[in-house]
Structures are given as C-alpha cells and as structure tokens.
Design a protein. Sequence first.
Length: 317
Amino acid sequence: MNELVSIIVPIYNKSLTLQRCINSILTQNYKNIEILLINDGSTDNSLDICNKYAASDDRIIVINKENNGVSSARNIGISNSTGTYLCFVDPDDYLDTNYIQHLLYGLTDSDLSMCGINTLKQGEITYFKEAEDYIINEEEFLKLIFLENKLGGNFCWNKLFHRALIDGIFFDETVNYGEDLLFLYDLIQSSKINNVHICNKGLYFYEINDNGLSKQKNESKLYREAQTSKLYMDYVQSKYPSIYALSVRRYLRIISLLVIYCNSPKDYRKDFIEAKKLTKYIKKLPEFPYISNFAIAFKIKYVLLSRCVFRYKYKLR
C-alpha cells in the first residue's frame, strides 16, 4: 500500500513544541504523506517555524488564517487535503516513527484504525502497555469512548480515517470544548463504522498541559460536553442496551462536575433532577471502582452539600 496520507496539524501559539511535533512527522517510516500546517492566527513565531520547514520539504503545506479555533483549523485542513487517508496531530504532541505505517496497516481490514497513547507530563513519559492488535465492532468502540482509558476512544488525534469515512463530516466550529467527541458522534451516526482496528501499541505521545484548554473547567464547556454525552446516551439506549449504563455514567460524571463549577444550580435544575433519576444505573459497574460511582451519585443527589464541600476543596468562590 502506497496511498497518500494527509496529516493535519492545527496550530495556535505552539512555538515551544511545534518543532518536536513536525520532526516526528517528517521522520515517519511511511513517506508518502502530505503535512498541512494550519496556523490559526498565532501571535508567537509559530508561522515562521512552519514556513521554515515548508521551504525545506515540499510535502509540507502551510495555510495561514485568522484565529477561529481548532475546529475551524481542522476543517480547513480537511478541505485542502488530498490524501486517501487523514489523521490529526496536535502541535503539543508527537508521533512514534511507525505511527502512520501501523495505523495504515490496520485499515486493510477495518473502517477506522487507532492506537494507544503514551502520556508526557513535566518531562516524564508514562508508556502505554502494549499487547496484540484486535478488531472491535461499533458497540465495542462506543464502550471505549465511555471508558475514557489510554486507548483514547474519545479523541480524534490517535486515529487514522479513510477519506470516504469522513466525507461530508466536519467539526462543529461553534464548539471549542469536546469537539472531538461530537465529531466522532457524527461519524457513528453516519453508520459507516462497522469495524475498528485497535493497534495496541503506544504510538501517539500526548503531552498533558495543565494550562491547556482541555484542562480548564467552566460551566459553558461542561454543559456543552454534557449535551454531547447525552446524545451518545440516547443513541445507545435502544441500539446497545448492554452499554447504556456506561453511557449514563459518562454523562453523570460531567453533570457532577457541572454541579461544582456552575455559578447557579438553579440554572440547571431540570438537568440535575433528570440526572438524579439516572444515578440508579451506575450502582454496579465492574469497570469502575464502587467509590468512584458513589462520588458521582453523591454530588448529583446532594447538590447543595456537595457544592459546599467540593468548592471549598478546590478553592472555588
């Protein structure tokens, strides 16, 4: 197989990590790639770095645009890409040299290919525990999303997509938090995912940045993610009842955070009442410790008390 693979990198003020990211792409063992560096209005020297690399490698395409968020940058990358296959890489992160080669092999027998994640925090790497590859169906893929483990089911950046799979599907540009989860939901809704190849190796290096957008909790972001989680919950309720409780748990976990971080619980009274009724589904889930499920249920059942306790703990006013 020697099909062209498009690698889309959305960039905003990432000059400190960008060279590491680009270098890891350029050193891929699989060489038939195009690299789309989408500069989303950076105010540092990210654009200069992109242009410098583009001048020395004709596989690199630099697109400069006004700042409008990661979803907009990724969409421009999708529209301007020409590869048979596409993947997304965040500029904080970097790839194993075999990343494209292994994931591309996985697409010989599946609609989607994904790998495990190595996490990098403050210079220390926690490596994914490798095992044999395997293939899962749509229901099992949804379960991966709900479990939120190191296979990273709920992210877009550790996956390789066939262009036909995402044809006509784009990231919602009104969403600046949880956009990956919503994009994957649209893919699942399209009924194009029958099999997913799990490349059970840590080929994607994800840097945990405590100051990053994904780590910042506020009520608008949490409510948006809760709405997306509810879409998944409603989808699996009738189609895959065996994993409904897992989908409920994911939804309730977000609601339990909303309880703590919202300014006024009254604004979400209807949501909290509905969530309280759903807590019965997560009493016994062997995939998670009992105490973890108990904590989620407690926050939702006793909103005012849990707000006092946890807002004091997290030093929130």
